[in-house]
Design a protein around this ligand. Structure first.
Ligand code: HEM
Length: 326
């Protein structure tokens, strides 16, 4: 049964990879003639929201990632449930996503400026990029021209995105099926330099790693002791900083944390179990982000993420409201 599930997962991902290859429709400057102010409008709205609620940066970036792993980058994570169908947004990994109001506000401004032209998935791609650059993170030129999906199913959001408990082999398989490589996997580890995590995303590492009441030997003991002060077993509400002390700003310290076995999640610690990934983590932990190619590489990797399974041409629609299909 598990094998069949895994095979069907791979087949779906294969189709998505084919879509990536076929995603010629997305391009930088796609709206230049049909809605020239799109980037300025999304940026202004994102800046306004984030200046009054800076903690929205991290969840917007996370939304970018969660959308692309389920049915490709099609804005399906933005849709509300309908009669008889529960949408992705309500799946447990997505329940802590925030920032939908930023996307909705940008959409309503753009519907006034150029109705029925700009997709919600493109708005998300721009808002996530702008939010990240506001915390001094890398920026990149975003290819646009995606359509929006019409389907959003809660159970798919439980199966597809990688989990914080995944080991390296699983992560490599999931990422590889989407055309992403070990370099992408390591580059994306930096995402956890900003934002918060619920304690329920890593409890076994502190309290019950192999079901025998033990701790994860791959995590630094002093860090475990610090985390245990805040995160108690069965705690479902407490949140902790993923990069203690600098969780609001972008820096490459998270690689130093991972290298010191202080990555919060098993999926971060997994990077040290593969020699190629480990060497890259160690190199990044020592290099200065602005001085190396890190900013450029990260931007390229985010562009790759934004091209996963995009719907172009008639395959997608331009939603009137991002929470509802037309
Ligand atoms: C191996 C893949 C990944 C795993 C297993 C993973 C797992 C997680 C988990 C468990 C949390 C904490 C959620 C909570 O408890 O509320 C989290 C938070 C976060 N993730 Fe990831 N993640 C992955 C990839 C990514 C990627 C690719 C990005 C973006 C480029 C990203 C951006 C974020 C951000 C910004 C937060 C903080 C959210 C907030 O403060 O609300 N993650 N991630």
């Amino acid at each position: 049964m598990e094998k069949i599930k895994f095979l069907s997962f791979l087949i779906v991902q294969l189709f998505l990879v084919m879509e990536v290859v076929n995603s010629q429709g997305v391009e930088v400057g796609f709206y230049k003639k049909i809605c020239p102010n799109v980037e300025a409008i999304v940026k202004e709205i994102t800046v306004n929201y984030i200046s009054s609620a800076p903690t929205l940066t991290a969840p917007l970036l996370r939304m970018h990632f969660h959308d692309c792993f389920v049915r490709g980058y099609d804005g399906s994570v933005l849709l509300n449930s309908t009669n008889g169908n529960q949408a992705e947004k309500y799946a447990i990994p997505n329940q802590s996503l925030r920032g939908f109001q930023v996307i909705d506000a940008a959409k309503s401004a753009l519907e006034k400026e150029c109705p029925d032209v700009v997709s919600c998935s493109d708005i998300l791609a721009l808002a996530a990029r702008d939010a990240f650059s506001l915390v001094n993170g890398p920026s990149w030129q975003a290819p646009l021209g995606r359509g929006d999906g019409r389907v959003s199913i809660l159970s798919e959001a439980l199966k597809n995105p990688p989990t914080p408990f995944d080991n390296f082999t699983t992560l490599k398989t999931i990422f590889g099926a989407l055309g992403l490589n070990v370099k992408d996997l390591v580059l994306w580890a930096i995402r956890h330099t900003i934002g918060m995590s619920h304690c329920f995303s890593f409890p076994s590492r502190l309290y019950n790693f192999t079901g025998k009441g033990n701790m994860d030997p791959n995590m630094d003991q002093n860090y475990i002791n610090r985390l245990k002060i805040k995160s108690k077993p069965n705690d479902v509400t407490t949140i902790v900083e993923m990069d203690p002390g600098s969780f609001k700003s972008f820096d490459t310290d998270y690689y130093t944390m991972v290298a010191k076995r202080r990555g919060l999640f098993g999926s971060d610690a997994a990077l040290l179990t593969n020699s190629q990934a480990k060497d890259y983590v160690l190199w990044l932990s020592q290099s200065k982000p602005h001085g190396s190619t890190f900013f450029k590489d990260f931007g390229e990797s985010m562009v790759k993420m934004g091209k996963i399974g995009v719907l172009t041409g008639k395959a997608g629609e331009i939603r009137k409201h991002c929470a509802f299909r037309n």
